[in-house]
Ligand binder design. Structure first.
Ligand code: NAD
Length: 348
């Protein structure tokens, strides 16, 4: 990993990944390096970790808040593509510190969109730098309809309940990105991620799969909220990161929002049972009432499943890796047996 710009190579694509030391960002970094890009990562390491990043001569890492780093980049610093993943991620983190989470998600996105709109690569045929914006299935709020389609109406809880501010902040990010596209001609594609899973995801802020696998490996109970009838769809990280450049590369995807994830539903109780079975654990399942797991006013969603019609039609998206394979990968990583794995992600 280098902190200095690599030697320019006119043929190599220059990519900027914000939040590149995080879970999704670090896998995307590896994917773009493998296709031959010169990659710059900006990350303030609030939830990301440098150990997630590979040592590679074509990787430049800038440790800073995104807005500060962008203003420090000289006028000659131009990228061919930007992937904006930096955010205060997940409902748990946002409920812990809503001021900083909302400010991060909105202010950093404004800074990024300004940067992308104002700079154009010398050999580019379009104005601004094509940018992918990471959004979330949380944007659907508590809509009862399932599966969720990109143009569905959404329903949120009141602003007095901080649980919803992640959804609001990601919705504002989408408004901003679409407006930069319409008003300033910036090439943006918006990806609404559903649950994405794989090695390097940590359970600190409630991500369920690493929490379950960590508990199963440690022989501790898997804590299921409520009765565990709520269901989710889990998509492997490799299917997600190989899709993002395709979304950004397709002209037809510019100015558009896409669901990205798996549409195979599993209840949280079934997920706990599957994790126990695949890890050969002797752990049991402990059912924790929502009133104990979350502050008053918390609402969980019964079901969250994407309608993938739009992304299939646009770029032929089809997740390949099964949940069973991902659980084995996560277990291998958490137990330190996978190549390059470490034990820091173990959260019993
Ligand atoms: P993550 O926490 O691992 O990654 C976010 C990264 O952003 C971290 O490395 C963090 O240090 C960095 N960051 C935060 N604030 C920053 C700032 N001000 N300046 C610079 N860097 C900053 O989370 P992730 O799961 O990899 O999520 C990546 C993106 O995908 C986020 O935008 C998130 O909202 C979105 N998303 C993820 C999921 C999922 O299932 N993982 C689901 C929906 C949406």
């Amino acid at each position: 990993m280098s902190s200095e710009p690599s030697q320019p190579d006119s043929r190599a694509r220059r990519s900027l990944i914000t939040g590149g030391a995080g879970f999704i960002g670090s896998h995307l970094t590896e994917h773009l390096l493998a296709r031959g890009d010169r990659v710059t990562v900006i990350d303030n390491l609030s939830t990301g970790r440098t150990i997630n990043l590979p040592a590679h001569p074509h990787l430049r890492f800038i440790e800073a808040d995104l807005g500060d780093a962008l203003s420090a980049l000289g006028p000659g610093e131009v990228f061919d593509e930007i992937y904006h993943l930096a955010a205060a991620v997940g409902v748990g983190l946002v409920m812990k510190d809503p001021i900083s989470a909302v400010r991060t998600n909105i202010e950093q996105t404004v800074a990024l969109l300004d940067f992308a709109a104002e700079r154009t690569a010398p050999d580019a045929s379009e104005k601004g730098i094509p940018t992918l914006i990471a959004s979330s299935s949380e944007v659907y709020g508590k809509s009862a309809k399932s599966p969720y389609s990109e143009t569905d109406d959404v329903t949120y809880g009141p602003t007095s309940v901080s649980r919803w501010c992640y959804a609001y902040s990601k919705g504002i990010d989408e408004y901003l990105a679409l407006s930069y596209s319409r008003q300033r001609g910036l090439g943006v594609a918006i990806a609404r991620f559903f649950n994405t899973v794989g090695p390097r995801q940590v359970g600190d802020y409630g991500m369920v799969l690493p929490r379950f696998v960590g508990a199963a490996l440690a022989g501790k109970p898997l804590k299921v909220h409520g009765e565990g009838k709520q269901s989710r769809c889990f998509c492997d990280i490799s299917d997600v990161v190989t899709t993002l450049p395709k979304l950004l590369g397709a002209q037809a995807c510019r100015g558009e929002v896409f669901n990205i994830g798996s549409d195979r539903s599993i209840s949280i109780r079934e997920l706990a049972e599957l994790v126990i079975r695949l890890t050969g654990s002797r752990s049991g399942i402990e059912f924790v009432p929502y009133s104990e797991a979350y502050p008053p006013g918390f609402e969980d969603l019964a079901d969250r499943r994407p309608d993938l019609t739009k992304i299939r039609a646009a770029i032929g998206f089809m997740p390949r890796k099964s949940l069973e394979e991902t659980i084995r990968d996560v277990a291998g990583w958490l137990s330190g047996s996978a190549a390059g794995g470490d034990r820091e992600g173990l959260h019993p």
